[in-house]
Design a protein around this ligand. Structure first.
Ligand SMILES: Cc1ncc(C[n+]2csc(CCOP(=O)(O)OP(=O)(O)O)c2C)c(N)n1
Ligand code: SF4
Ligand SMILES: [Mg+2]
Length: 286
């Protein structure tokens, strides 16, 4: 990496790499990327302190377009890799990015454990309700009736609700954004990055090629109500479960100790305390 810039010199441009995104023109992921650049510049995060971890998918290409350390990992494995990075060096800013297929299908088993452990990681899902990279198969967030090569008679599976799922699993920050509202999305990503703990943001990011939702999404959008109490889990659930509109903003946010801070405490205890004797442990099984 070239010499790191001074914080005062950091602008959205500072985070662009020489790689040009090869996404289809009009892909929602461009809006997400621009919002990430703006959030990083606003927080003056030095590229040398930043690690962006992705899975596999069109969205998985994101680390290549952000000046930082990056890890384009395996399909569905964003969270274990991101958690490993954070534990190895808690001073790093760690962002996980990936698609709805990557995160909720093959990688779905990692979400509850990341959420309940509460590492200080921001996890951004670019949710286009399809498998973009592999040519538009149905995904866990595709609606009933979604027609594609893998569902020629229409999808018969009910879509999962990412926001309700993350609130249920105990994530300490849960929000939703839209790639077509990059300014609001940059504010939301900024809040997620500032949050001390596991911050999940579901970003609706249309796949113009295989599931073009640009006409159907905007009329359904609404802001999270101004008087919504983000610390009230029951109200956050209610907001996530309603289907009158697609709410954008912070649904839920509460403080909680981070995983890495607690691991550090355990390491200190193990280093300073006397280790349990093996014969005492075996005696428990007599
Ligand atoms: C273990 C494994 N299984 C399947 C695949 C094939 N595969 C690559 S990307 C992908 C799904 C991509 O969809 P999503 O995660 O929603 O990302 P998008 O392309 O929509 O951004 C699949 C099934 C793979 N690369 N690795
Ligand atoms: S296939 Fe869809 S998700 Fe992939 S780059 Fe093209 S528009 Fe974006
Ligand atoms: Mg997808």
């Amino acid at each position: 990496m070239s010499p790191s810039p001074q914080a005062t010199e950091l602008t959205p441009q500072s985070y662009k790499t020489d790689e040009h995104p090869i996404w289809c023109p009009g892909c929602g992921d461009f809006g997400v990327l621009a919002s990430i650049y703006n959030a990083l510049a606003g927080l003056k995060i030095n590229p040398k302190d930043l690690v962006v971890v992705s899975g596999i998918g069109c969205s998985g290409r994101t680390p290549g377009f952000i000046k930082s350390y990056g890890f384009h990992s395996a399909h569905g494995r964003v969270l274990p890799v991101a958690l490993g990075v954070k534990l190895a060096n808690p001073s790093l800013e760690v962002i996980g990015v990936g698609g709805d297929g990557d995160g909720f299908a093959i990688g779905g088993g990692h979400i509850p454990h990341a959420a309940r452990r509460n590492p200080d990681i921001a996890y951004l899902i670019m949710d286009n309700s399809t498998y973009g990279l592999t040519k538009g198969q149905y995904s866990p967030t595709s609606p009933i009736g979604f027609q594609a090569g893998s569902t020629p008679y229409g999808n018969i599976e009910r879509p999962l609700n990412p926001l309700a799922m993350l609130i249920a699993y105990g994530a300490t920050f849960v929000g939703q954004g839209y790639s077509g509202k990059p300014r609001e999305l940059a504010d939301l990503i900024t809040k997620a990055l500032e949050h001390k703990g596991f911050a999940f943001v579901n970003i609706i990011s249309p796949c113009i090629t295989f599931y073009n939702t640009y006409k159907v999404i905007p009329p359904k959008l609404a802001e999270v109500p101004k008087d919504h109490d983000v610390t009230d889990r029951t109200k956050a659930f209610a907001l996530a479960l309603q289907d009158d509109h697609i709410a954008l903003g912070v649904f839920y946010q509460v403080p909680a100790p981070t995983f890495e801070a607690q691991v550090e405490q355990v390491i200190k205890q193990a280093q300073t305390g006397s280790p349990p004797r093996l014969d005492e442990i075996f005696a428990e099984f007599d």
